[in-house]
Design a protein around this ligand. Structure first.
Ligand code: ATP
Ligand code: LTN
Length: 328
């Protein structure tokens, strides 16, 4: 039997090219190699305030995005995190083994708590990584494909799994992260020193997967560039490097080939080319997205939940036994 893979995305904000290239594009490739489970992690989304009407729409939209991007429900399993109550049950148990200092050290928590101050954020933002660890450990996951920003959470998951195993006996598989080389960290179009982010202040930070052609052209035109005019891939030109990475990942071409194509041309030629590459990817993707009905996606999610429920139950029986609770 092939090894298990697990990953997920929060149904919050607008999914963007960073989510696609950093996560979903790799998932589509990896689903042939692993027994893959893809989750819509709605309980993670509510660690920051969400509008109920919007949240419900987003949960369905994210699942549709998985399908439109090429996740095949015949090969992979898709479900909604909140439908399997064992996630929160295990998260609670893991939180009793987690030190507050370990949670406070997480970069994502530090960033968010610095922005809003500790008085302005909920306890869920602090304990968020124990829920993520539960997602992963419930299913004997071997690999977790994510963008680089999530590696620290997976490191903590490994620490918690080892800690549990040492204290109570072998129970959890120790998972590993898989991070794409060029896709690890897609940077913001308006600031190449920060990652492209759903929660960015300006919509010029990202290309949303639902942006239309005109919006893509406008955003790429406005994207910051470096000094000079030559199209070269270099650390000294972080903005151009990011745009070239996006180009190469979507076009499935080597960076050298793209640089060669644009030798002697200027930034504006390159940006026009990049906008067209993005549009050529997005339009068929959006066409597929539009044609997936709510009923279809809900059926896939229901079947997925039914498939993973027994796995989660079985793991919780083991955990209850090990820690001295009474299984029911
Ligand atoms: P936010 O940007 O609001 O912090 P997020 O997009 O990081 O949210 P998720 O939706 O949970 O949060 O991310 C889903 C997946 O997309 C994760 O695997 C994450 O690592 C990846 N990802 C997100 N942004 C990028 C990026 N800019 N480059 C590469 N991967 C990314
Ligand atoms: N925290 C992740 C989303 C996430 C996840 C997971 C990713 C929640 N649970 C389990 C992989 C495996 C993020 O990208 N913000």
């Amino acid at each position: 039997m092939s090894k298990r893979l697990f990953s997920g995305i929060q149904p919050s904000g607008n999914l963007h090219l960073g989510n696609y290239l950093g996560a979903i594009q790799n998932w589509v490739k990896l689903q042939d190699e692993y027994e893959a489970i893809f989750c819509v992690v709605d309980l993670h989304a509510i660690t920051v305030p969400q509008d109920p009407v919007e949240l419900r729409k987003k949960i369905i939209e994210v699942a549709k995005i998985y399908l439109a991007a090429g996740i095949d429900p015949k090969k992979s399993t898709m479900f909604v995190q909140s439908h399997i109550s064992e996630h929160t049950q295990l998260a609670w148990i893991l939180s009793t083994l987690t030190k507050i200092t370990e949670l406070e050290r997480m970069t994502q928590f530090k960033d968010k708590s610095q922005k809003d101050g500790k008085e302005g954020i909920g306890a869920g933002l602090l304990t968020y990584p124990t829920l993520m660890a539960a997602d992963i450990l419930l299913y004997d996951t071997a690999v977790v494909p994510v963008g680089e920003d999530q590696v620290q959470h997976i490191e903590l998951t490994r620490v918690l799994a080892r800690r549990f195993n040492e204290k109570f006996g072998e129970t959890f598989v120790i998972p590993e992260s898989i991070v794409g080389k060029k896709s690890a960290r897609i940077m913001g179009l308006d600031d190449p020193t920060k990652k492209m982010s759903k929660s960015a202040a300006s919509e010029y930070n990202y290309i949303a997967l639902t942006d239309d052609a005109e919006t893509v052209r406008k955003k790429i035109k406005k994207a910051v560039t470096d000094s000079g005019s030559e199209i070269v891939y270099s650390d000294s030109k972080p903005a151009l490097k990011n745009l070239l990475n996006i180009f190469a990942l979507l076009y499935d071409k080597k960076l050298e080939a793209i640089a060669e194509e644009y030798a002697g041309k200027n930034y504006s030629d390159f940006k026009n080319g990049l906008a067209e590459v993005i549009i050529n990817f997005l339009s068929p993707f959006q066409e597929r997205l539009k044609n997936i009905s709510d009923e279809e996606v809900l059926a896939v999610l229901r079947a997925g939940a039914e498939k993973v429920k027994p796995l989660a139950r079985e793991k919780m029986h083991q955990v209850f036994d090990k820690i001295g609770l009474i299984s029911y």
